[in-house]
Write a protein that binds this ligand. Structure first.
Ligand SMILES: *Cc1c(COP(=O)(O)O)cnc(C)c1O
Length: 400
């Protein structure tokens, strides 16, 4: 008797990846990673400004809160997938304090295993196969991969210098808008460092209501501003919760990328839908990590302001060299990225490769974030000022 419906294979096994994985764009930085490792192996002193991952440690009180919470057996069992009530209360309190926004913690907040997790899963809750998702480019690649995993159809909105690197959503044609389910925006922006205004969000919310489109706003960098004031939240727009939700995270604000803690906040329907996906996929965030996140959000915010001042200082150090090398630097007051335009005709990949070979500096080619990033490069301010001074000195000797 046969218990399986396939003939056993005698040859060596090989399994093809799914169509959905094969549909993802190639990882554009693979070659650059390889070249960096080769150059490093030759003994060159590399200054790596490639990856957007804070170099400084998490503030000590947050680590102490985790240590204490980790020892408490109450935190050793399965967490609630939607998050500790106490954590959601703290997030709601944070919105009230920072943005003057009132949220119902039980229904309008959900904890996430880092905001990337929520961004990737959200389309699964609302996008049917073939439905359109509007995605800014250059941009964070997860908006696209989450859309493709849900069977959605990505339609890209170029972020252009002449529009302040904000998407011209009015330019989306009516047929596309009618098929669209979600529009993604991200301010302060990775990779351009651009910011948005409350007016921009208000216009977007009004447009999204007209077309019945969910606005998913990625606010991972809202606290990473040089003046210590928060970047506006889309939820500050009156009535925004009808169409909008925001994805946020402790990762960049508190140097906690490794901890994996974020949240979604906004319209209750969106939070419920996302929660249903999560309930079927994961079991939430280790409670001790949520307790540590509460300590971060509730604690003294001076470390955050100090990081803002430090990023500004680092930026000023690097910009001197960039300008001397003949690159156009976009002014920035937020994020830890410096976005530069290359001289006409110079391709992003060639620039990054020359920079690595001739100066030992790693910068991310702009086209890695989308075709409109061609002719640009991104520098992440994740090295100390003396290293950035060194990078600037090396840059000043180059001419592009
Ligand atoms: C870093 C980053 C995130 C945050 O990721 P986490 O999963 O919260 O660590 C989200 N969006 C953008 C654009 C980012 O650059």
């Amino acid at each position: 008797m046969k218990f399986y419906n396939k003939e056993p294979k005698s040859q060596n096994m090989s399994f093809e990846l799914s169509q959905r994985l094969k549909a993802l764009p190639p990882y554009l930085f693979k070659e650059l990673d390889q070249v960096r490792d080769e150059v490093k192996a030759r003994g060159v002193d590399i200054i790596d400004l490639g990856v957007g991952d804070p170099d400084r440690p998490t503030p000590a009180p947050v680590i102490e809160a985790l240590q204490k919470a980790a020892a408490d057996p109450a935190n050793h069992r399965y967490p609630l997938y939607s998050g500790l009530n106490a954590f959601k209360d703290v997030v709601a309190g944070w919105y009230q304090k920072r943005h003057g926004v009132t949220l119902e913690p039980a229904t309008e907040v959900c904890s996430l295993i880092g905001s990337k997790e929520g961004i990737a899963h959200f389309p699964l809750a609302f996008v049917n196969p073939g439905e359109v998702v509007l995605i800014p480019e250059p941009g964070y690649p997860v908006y696209n991969s989450g859309t493709l995993f849900a069977g959605g159809r990505p339609v890209f909105m170029p972020l252009l210098e002449k529009n302040g690197f904000r998407p011209d959503y009015q330019a989306v044609d009516e047929a596309t808008a009618a098929q669209a389910k979600i529009i993604w925006v991200n301010y302060p922006n990775n990779p351009t460092g651009a910011t948005a205004t409350l007016d921009f969000y208000a216009g977007l919310v009004a447009w999204a209501k007209k077309w019945r489109i969910i606005v998913a706003s990625d606010a991972a960098y809202s606290e990473m501003t040089y003046d210590g004031r928060p970047h506006p939240s889309i939820l500050e727009v009156p009535g925004a919760k009808e169409v909008a939700l925001e994805f946020h995270s402790v990762s960049k604000t508190y140097n906690m990328t490794g901890w994996r803690l974020g949240w979604a906040a906004g319209g209750a329907d969106f939070i419920r839908g996302l929660g249903q996906i999560k309930n079927n996929v994961d079991s939430g965030v280790f409670q001790a990590v949520q307790v540590a996140g509460m300590a971060a959000l509730n604690g003294d915010q001076e470390p955050v302001r100090a990081m803002g001042r430090l990023y500004q200082e680092r930026r000023e150090a690097l910009v001197k060299g960039l300008a001397a090398a003949g690159l156009t630097v976009f002014p920035g007051t937020a994020t830890f990225y410096v976005w530069v335009r290359l001289p006409a005709g110079l391709k992003s990949a060639e620039f990054s490769s020359r920079l690595l070979h001739e100066a030992g500096i790693v910068a991310t080619p702009g086209n890695g974030f989308g075709p409109s990033g061609e002719g640009f490069a991104r520098f992440a301010l994740v090295q100390e000022v003396d290293r950035l001074n060194e990078a600037a000195a090396r840059l000043a000797k180059l001419k592009f």
